[in-house]
Design a protein around this ligand. Structure first.
Ligand code: MN
Length: 194
């Protein structure tokens, strides 16, 4: 039987301050994500999902198994894409070229991404993904959904569930999303895009 484990953060608890406080990070990672991991491990016992890789579960399952597996995949990608805050933080190379080709400019891409994240009603995620031809697309996914369910390769995501920002930004979702650009680790995103 396979058991899923809590994703290990590649930075210290206060590394993303003040954009994501240590308190938010400790609840979000240590309580919310840990909860999804515990739930999934309990739910898959004795099912065909017991020995399946996480992405495959997200593509095939439904109900509680999908919700918890989706949230684990979403959060692993989310927590894995950040680094210490950097001024003029932007992608380079092939990924930067693809963003400009698709959206006109990096600024226009950021504006559309934040706008779709802000407009998403209720809980969910805004994503940048690549299609089979390497083209880029921004999608809104509600609740625990992930772009792999649409055959896309997920590259970058902002979590718009209130648990991701409420302690630090209260109702100011757009302010939180705009602030996140400073801590995106574009080397990780470029690696996912390759
Ligand atoms: Mn979350």
């Amino acid at each position: 039987m396979s058991t899923f484990t809590l994703y290990e953060l590649p930075y210290s608890a206060n590394a993303l301050e003040p954009i994501i406080s240590a308190q938010t990070l400790s609840f979000h990672h240590g309580k919310h994500l840990q909860g999804y991991v515990n739930n999934l491990n309990n739910l898959i016992v004795g099912t065909p999902y017991e020995n399946m890789p996480l992405e495959e579960i997200v593509r095939k399952a439904d109900g509680g198994i999908l919700n918890n597996a989706g949230q684990i995949l979403n959060h692993n990608l989310y927590f894995g894409q950040f680094a210490v805050s950097k001024e003029d933080n932007a992608p380079k190379g092939k990924l930067a070229e693809a963003i400009i080709a698709q959206f006109g400019s990096f600024d226009a891409f950021q504006a559309e991404f934040v706008s779709k994240g802000t407009a998403l009603f209720g809980s969910g995620w805004v994503w940048l993904s690549a299609d089979a031809e390497g083209g880029l697309v921004i999608t809104q996914e509600t609740n625990a959904a992930n772009p792999v369910q649409r055959g896309l390769k997920p590259l970058l995501t902002f979590d718009v569930w209130e648990h991701a920002y409420y302690l630090d930004y209260q109702n100011r979702r757009a302010d939180h999303l705009n602030a996140l650009w400073a801590i995106v680790n574009w080397d990780v995103i470029a690696e996912r895009y390759r």
